[in-house]
Every structure is written in structure tokens, then in C-alpha cells.
Design a binder for this molecule. Structure first.
Ligand code: NAP
Ligand code: 8YV
Length: 313
């Protein structure tokens, strides 16, 4: 019997392609839109499986041209870009990669908190420019401060565990109180922000969280507050954030994600109180390899008729 055809759409962890090629007939979607269209014209009707990721999943008009698609295996936990409603209507199965990335994303949140508050990149730029301490103001402590977590899920709880080792006071906001933790629950995000020195965003993207962190929340965070975002850029009102950073309404921000990636607003380039990363929090060899393995294993499980390892609920 011929091997199932699998389309690879988007960047893939290093261990994926060889393994897919061992089990499937693999087509790699080119980056250029014209070339990608030509490939889909040629092989679209044959494609039964897809390997993609949480930020580069194909839009619905492309999925329409894959009439035999049975499964999309995404590298990443977030499902906001996966067109889940459309997939459900068509009976396309969807898998993602929870848990294996939790520790690295939590580590990165702490890294952004420390780098922003302790002015690590300003200090680095000073030294490289031959200025040593000239013009470098005193930084601000992280240990013992108040941490607010927007989204105390898997990653949020891992952030809280790490922050506890820094003697931080921890509060959180999400839709439901978590009865299993002793951290203070806030049923209003603005109240959490008002009680926080650091506000870390780690909720899923999508309409329910769209621009939840708005001018009012930033004003509540206040001039000594720092915003960290390792969730999705869409959750923060970016123009309001830029205004707050520019006017000193908040002290700084550490951003792994932006509203319109990979576009970076010019204003952010110019701001010295922001630490930026290119959606990089899960990007370690260890975690991306584990994510890639789940992509491969889910596709193999589907085509072998076994239970999926990590289906999207
Ligand atoms: P999770 O375990 O599902 O946790 C998500 C948390 O967000 C839950 O505790 C949930 O609590 C809360 N939440 C969901 N919708 C909400 C809403 N409308 N308002 C307030 N709180 C809400 O997910 P996770 O594994 O921790 O991952 C969280 C997100 O991080 C992912 O969805 C992804 O977008 C992002 N992420 C980013 C990177 C990166 O590279 N930067 C890497 C991995 C993940 P309630 O249901 O009680 O509201
Ligand atoms: C990845 C992510 O950077 O898991 C997510 O939701 O956003 C990140 O882990 C993304 O999946 C790109 O591969």
C-alpha cells in the first residue's frame, strides 16, 4: 500500500523531517506564496496529513485545497492559529504539544523578568560601547517583589514555582479560581495588576483574551510595574503598551510575543526599557526535539489506527 502523503507547513524541529520521511511521502511547503500555491495545485488532493506549528498553520483557504486532509499535527501548545472550528466541521483531527514545553517557557518568563528589571541588556550595550557604568542607572530588585500571573495554567504554575524561590508574593487571574493552590486569586485583572510589581501574561490567544491587557490594566500596574508577555501578542493592546512605556506609565516590558509577528512596531525599536525576543521561549534543543517527537508520534499513531498521544481537547 502507498505511504500516506504528509505536508510540512512551517518551521519544524530538527528531528521531524527524517522521521517523517521514513514513514510517509513528505512534501515541504515552500516559503514563497507562489511556489506554495503551485505545490498545492499539484499535490493538494493527495495530502492526508500535515505537520505544522502553532504560529505558521495554513489559513482556511489553503486547507480548503486539501480535500483529503485527515489530521493536522502542530508543534506548539497554542491553538489560536489552528482554525479549530473549521477542522471540527470537516472532521480533521488536530494534535498539539502540551507539557513538554512548560519548563522552558517558564524559565524564559523568569529570564525576561530578570533581564528587564536588572537592565541586563542596557548594561551589556554599555560595556560593548566602551562606556562601562557611565549613564547606567541603578536597576531594580526582583526577589521579594509581587508577581501577578494572568493564566495560572501549566506554564503559569511553573512560573509561580520558580518565583517562589525568589521569595515573591504570587497572585493570579483567570476565569476560575484554582482550589489546589494557595496563591491569591483575583477575579478582576485590573485588581491583580494594581497589586503587582510584575504582571506576566500566559493565557492562550484568540478572541476571549484579545487585548485583555489594555490601557486601564497598564495604568493599574503603575510606574514601577513591569509587563512580561510569554503568551500571545494579541492579549496586549500594543499601542496602549507603547504609550505606557513611552510616557513612563509602567517601568518596562519583556516581550517574547507581539501582536503582528514578525513585524515589530518602530516605536518598540526605539524604547530602551523593553527587552524583546522573537517568540523564542520554547526554542531550546531539548524542548523543540520533544515537541517534534510528539508531531511525528501523533501522525504515526493516526495512520496506524492507534490513539493520538496529545489531541486538542
Ligand atoms: P493552559 O495550561 O491551558 O493554561 C492556560 C490558562 O489560561 C488556564 O489556567 C486558564 O484558566 C487561563 N485562561 C484561558 N482563557 C482565559 C481567559 N479568557 N481569561 C483569563 N484566563 C484564561 O496552557 P499553558 O500550557 O499554560 O499555555 C498557555 C499559553 O501560553 C498557550 O496557549 C500559548 O498561547 C502560550 N505559549 C507561548 C509560548 C511561547 O513560545 N511564547 C510557548 C508555549 C505556550 P481558566 O480556564 O480558568 O480561565
Ligand atoms: C512555539 C508556541 O514557538 O507552543 C506554543 O504555543 O507559541 C511556541 O511553543 C510555536 O509553536 C512555534 O513553533
Amino acid at each position: 500500500m502507498s505511504r500516506p502523503a504528509v505536508l510540512v507547513a512551517g518551521r519544524m524541529p530538527p528531528n521531524v523531517l527524517d522521521q517523517l520521511e521514513a514513514s510517509f511521502t513528505v512534501y515541504r511547503l515552500p516559503d514563497s506564496a507562489n511556489e506554495a500555491d503551485r505545490m498545492i495545485d499539484a499535490v493538494g488532493p493527495l495530502i492526508r496529513g500535515m505537520a505544522t506549528n502553532a504560529v505558521q498553520a495554513p489559513p482556511i483557504d489553503r486547507l480548503e485545497r486539501l480535500p483529503a486532509l485527515e489530521i493536522m499535527a502542530s508543534s506548539g501548545i497554542g491553538t489560536d492559529a489552528l482554525n479549530l472550528d473549521y477542522a471540527r466541521q470537516r472532521g480533521i483531527r488536530v494534535t498539539h504539544t502540551p507539557d513538554v514545553l512548560t519548563d522552558d517557557v517558564a524559565d524564559f518568563a523568569l529570564l525576561l523578568m530578570l533581564a528587564t528589571s536588572r537592565q541586563l541588556l542596557r548594561a551589556d550595550r554599555n560595556v560593548r560601547a566602551g562606556r562601562w557604568l557611565d549613564g547606567l542607572s541603578l536597576a531594580h530588585r526582583v526577589s521579594g517583589k509581587r508577581l501577578g500571573i494572568l493564566g495560572l495554567g501549566r506554564i503559569g504554575q511553573a512560573i509561580a514555582q520558580r518565583a517562589a524561590a525568589f521569595d515573591m508574593t504570587i497572585g493570579y487571574h483567570q476565569r476560575r479560581r484554582n482550589a489546589d493552590v494557595a496563591y491569591r486569586y483575583y477575579d478582576r485583572l485590573v485588581a491583580l495588576a494594581a497589586d503587582s510589581d510584575f504582571l506576566v501574561v500566559v493565557v492562550p490567544g484568540g478572541p476571549a483574551t484579545d487585548r485583555m491587557v489594555d490601557a486601564v490594566v497598564l495604568e493599574a500596574l503603575g510606574p514601577e510595574g513591569i509587563l512580561i508577555n510569554v503568551g500571545r501578542g494579541s492579549t496586549v493592546d500594543e499601542p496602549a503598551l507603547i504609550t505606557a512605556l513611552t510616557q513612563g506609565d509602567i517601568r518596562g516590558a519583556g516581550l517574547d510575543v507581539l501582536a503582528n509577528e514578525p513585524q515589530v512596531p518602530d516605536a518598540l525599536h526605539a524604547l530602551d526599557n523593553v527587552v524583546l525576543a522573537p517568540h523564542y521561549a520554547s526554542a531550546t534543543m531539548e524542548t523543540r526535539t520533544a515537541m517534534g517527537q510528539l508531531v511525528v508520534d501523533n501522525l504515526r499513531a493516526h495512520f496506524d489506527g492507534r490513539a493520538l498521544l496529545t489531541p486538542v481537547a
